[in-house]
Design a protein around this ligand. Structure first.
Ligand SMILES: Cc1ncc(COP(=O)(O)O)c(C=O)c1O
Length: 441
């Protein structure tokens, strides 16, 4: 069994089921994929865009002749499409290898920016900040993805930053704005809160956090607190608009919205309005913020997937929402009191595709149920941070889910093509599996 990560479904060795208009590659048609928060297959139009780019736009985008110009034009078209998806401008999009890189780029930028400001202040340009602690301070929620959490922890351990992980409320499962504000210190340089959680689907109050922090920033523009959200799980599921949110940075992860494994970082005026310092040094690509010859075909695929989201988000979201609702209803109908839905929290909005449930009872741990299912492909809760799938998810525990319930959790995330027939089959699969496990005790 594979070590679990958010990119690796718990059960490996199988591919997706065939369903309606999607023609995902199928090795085993009996399997039903409900792990769309781990990764998504590529849309056929995306595959087509990638294939065309591989064939027709293979030139180096920095070359001045036609093959290069073609590649460059395609990249710029994708930049426009990705920008449109998040309500930003093309010049605010920096292509990256994925979400992990984008998140690292933001956190390292914030620390570097603080260091430069602090040095300038020390040299007498900002005496009023003379009492400021010399280490930058980062605030994040305690349910962030490892690509935020571990970077912050690494900086903390190596003595380069102070970090506060603000716990989510055990009632609402989102960070409370007041708790974020209470964590702010004079040396706070960055607040990084994900837009939606990958395990619970809980949507965080980013707009309110940004509004509050911006009014605080007005009092001290020089040392303003930078605002970042990791929107990996939100894109393609809910509307995401950088202006409405008020963020400085937003992480975009292709493989969560039917695009290939590349990503992008939205930066509100990179290097002008908002600092951005490269982690890599090399050629002048991406205005030197992210050098390296561009991966034209994958960027083309990202752009096509973004176009699809922009045009079809309402349909995608309402389809997933109705399928998720049907899934929850069927689970309740079949399992009655034995089912516990873990991600219904008072006062919280949840992603339309994410269902987190536990089937209560001894010997029904999530990993055990999943590894005995004949058809269902899904994850247990503790996706990306778990070296040990046998331990309950720390995310669920943080949200107030009791340990014995969290141990049995299954994260069932549906996709654009999931049907009611898939749901019926999955619920039946779970019923048979649970019966089998109970009889075996
Ligand atoms: C919330 C969140 N952030 C970041 C990432 C990392 O993105 P990538 O896999 O592109 O590095 C993921 C994917 O697993 C994620 O779920």
């Amino acid at each position: 069994m594979a070590k679990q990560s958010d990119d690796i479904p718990l059960v490996t060795g199988h591919t997706f089921t065939h369903n309606d208009f999607h023609h995902y590659s199928e090795m085993n048609q009996d399997r039903i994929y409900m792990d769309y928060n781990a990764t998504t297959p590529l849309e056929p139009e995306v595959i087509q865009a990638i294939t065309e780019a591989l064939e027709d736009a293979w030139g180096n985008p920095s070359s001045n002749y036609i093959a290069g110009a073609k590649a460059k034009a395609l990249i710029n078209q994708s930049r426009e499409s990705v920008a449109r998806m998040v309500g930003g401008r093309a010049e605010d999009i920096i292509f990256t290898s994925g979400g992990t890189e984008a998140n690292n780029l933001v956190i390292n930028t914030a620390v570097e920016h603080f260091r430069r400001n602090y040095q300038a202040a020390k040299q007498g340009e900002g005496d009023h900040n003379g009492d400021m602690a010399c280490l930058p301070h980062i605030i994040a929620s305690n349910v962030e993805h490892d690509s935020v959490k571990l970077v912050a922890e690494h900086l903390q351990k190596s003595g380069k930053a102070e970090v506060t992980f603000v716990p989510v409320s055990r009632v609402t499962a989102h960070v409370e704005v007041e708790d974020i504000m209470a964590a702010v210190r004079p040396n706070t340089c960055l607040i990084s809160v994900m837009l939606a959680n990958n395990e619970t689907g809980v949507i965080m109050p980013l707009q309110e956090i940004c509004q509050r922090v911006k009014s605080l920033n007005k009092q001290c523009e020089r040392f303003r607190i930078l605002l970042h959200t990791d929107a990996a799980q939100a894109l393609g599921k809910i509307r995401v608009d950088v202006c409405e949110l008020g963020v400085d940075y937003l992480t975009i992860v292709g493989h969560k919205f039917y695009a290939p494994r590349v990503g992008a970082l939205y930066v509100n005026g990179p290097g002008t309005k908002t600092p951005l310092y490269p982690m890599l040094f090399g050629g002048g690509q991406e205005r030197k913020f992210r050098p390296g010859t561009e991966n034209t075909p994958m960027i083309a695929g990202l752009g096509k997937a973004a176009e699809l989201v922009t045009s079809n988000l309402t349909d995608y979201a309402s389809h997933m929402q109705s399928i998720k609702l049907y899934l929850e209803q069927q689970l309740e109908a079949v399992f009655g009191d034995k089912i516990r839905i873990n991600n219904h929290f008072p006062g919280s909005d949840i992603l339309p595709n994410t269902c987190n449930v536990s089937i209560l009872g001894p010997g029904l741990q999530g990993w055990r149920v999943l590894s005995n299912c004949a058809r269902l492909l899904a994850s247990v809760g503790a996706a990306c941070h778990s070296d040990n799938v046998h331990r309950p998810s720390h995310i669920l525990l943080s949200c107030g889910i009791p340990s014995d319930v969290a141990a049995n959790a299954l994260r069932l995330s549906v996709g654009r093509g999931t049907t009611k027939e898939d749901v019926d089959a999955v619920v039946e699969d779970l019923r048979e599996t649970v019966q089998l496990l109970e009889e075996a005790r």
